[in-house]
Design a protein. Structure first.
Length: 289
C-alpha cells in the first residue's frame, strides 16, 4: 500500500515498541494504548496500523489488534521518490508564501508549474490533506486552508503558544509517555548528524510538530492538546518554507533536547522556562526574517 512518511515512521516505532516490550505472537494490542505510548493521536496510528496489517505484522480482531510478527521489516522506501515529494512540498510552501501558488489549485496546474510528475503531486497533496492543510473541492481541484495571512498573524501565533505551551508542562496531570523521550532524541539527533538541505524542512517540521504536540498531549489537558495541534496545522506551510538557515536547525534541536533533559530530571519548572525561551527566540528570529 502507499503510505505517507508519518505512517511509515509510526509503523517502525510501533514494531520497535512491541519488540522492546517483548510482545509475543498472538498478543493483543490496543490502538489507544499505542497512541498513548507513542505520544500521538489515534488518527496517524490508524494509518500506521493499516500499513502493518498490509505487511502481515498485525491483524485486526474486533476493536483490538493481534500481533503476528514483531520482527517484520518495512520494505525500503525509494529515496529518490521521497526526496522528490519533499522537494515538491517545499516548493509549494514557498509558492504559497510568495503568492505564486493560488488558494485553489489542481493537480494538473501544480504538475505544470513545478514540472513535477502527476504521481508526486498526488502524493504531496495527500500528505497536505492528511495534515489538514488542503481539502478537496466538491467539484474539481483543491483548496488551501487558512495559514498565516501576515507576519503579524505569525507573531500572534507565537505569542499564543507562549501562553499555553510552557504552562502545559506544569499541569498536575503532566506525564511523559513511555518511549516518547527516547524516540524524540533519536529523531532530533539525525538533524545534527547530516548536512542541511532545503527539502529536509519537511522532515524537520514533522519532528518539530510531534515534539510540541506530544508534550501538549502529555499535559493530560485535552484543551491544550487541541490548541497545539491546531497551531501545528496553521504553521505547517510556513515551516516547510524554511528561511532561517541551517544554523537555526541545530539551535532548535538543542533547545528541544534541553527541554527533554529537564523533564526527564523531574524539573518541570525549568522545562517550562526553557520552552518559553525557545518560543520567544523563534518569535524574535521570525520577525527578522
Amino acid at each position: 500500500m502507499t503510505a505517507t512518511p508519518l505512517q511509515r515512521e509510526l509503523a517502525r516505532n510501533i514494531l520497535e515498541l512491541l519488540r522492546d516490550r517483548g510482545a509475543a505472537p498472538g498478543a493483543r494490542i490496543s490502538r489507544a494504548g499505542l497512541a498513548e505510548a507513542l505520544g500521538v493521536s489515534r488518527t496517524p496510528v490508524n494509518g500506521a496500523v493499516a500499513l502493518l496489517e498490509a505487511l502481515g505484522a498485525v491483524a485486526t480482531e474486533g476493536r483490538a489488534l493481534r500481533l503476528i510478527d514483531a520482527e517484520a521489516e518495512l520494505p525500503p522506501e525509494g529515496d529518490g521518490e521521497k526526496t522528490g515529494v519533499d522537494r515538491l512540498l517545499v516548493a509549494i510552501a514557498q509558492g504559497r508564501s510568495d503568492g505564486r501558488v493560488a488558494e485553489e489549485v489542481s493537480e494538473r496546474q501544480l504538475a505544470q508549474q513545478f514540472a513535477a510528475p502527476r504521481g508526486a503531486v498526488a502524493q504531496a497533496l495527500a500528505q497536505l490533506a492528511e495534515a489538514g492543510v488542503v481539502s478537496r473541492n466538491r467539484g474539481h481541484g483543491w483548496r488551501f486552508t487558512a495559514g498565516f495571512a501576515s507576519r503579524a498573524e505569525r507573531a500572534a501565533s507565537y505569542r499564543f503558544r507562549m501562553l499555553i505551551e510552557p504552562p502545559a508542562l506544569l499541569e498536575p496531570t503532566f506525564a511523559l509517555p513511555a518511549g516518547f523521550a527516547a524516540r524524540m532524541r533519536a529523531e532530533h539527533h539525525r538533524f545534527l548528524e547530516r548536512p542541511w538541505h532545503d527539502d529536509h524542512a519537511v522532515a524537520l517540521y514533522r519532528i518539530n510538530a510531534a515534539f510540541h504536540e506530544g508534550l501538549a498531549e502529555a499535559s493530560g489537558n485535552r484543551f491544550i492538546a487541541a490548541a497545539v495541534a491546531q497551531q501545528n496545522r496553521v504553521r505547517l506551510l510556513s515551516n516547510y518554507s524554511w528561511r532561517v538557515g541551517a544554523e537555526r536547525v541545530a539551535v532548535t534541536v538543542r533547545e528541544h533536547l534541553a527541554i527533554l533533559d529537564a523533564l526527564e530530571a523531574g524539573d518541570q519548572e525549568r522545562a517550562a522556562l526553557l520552552m518559553r525561551l525557545h518560543l520567544a527566540d523563534a518569535l524574535a528570529l521570525r520577525q527578522e526574517s
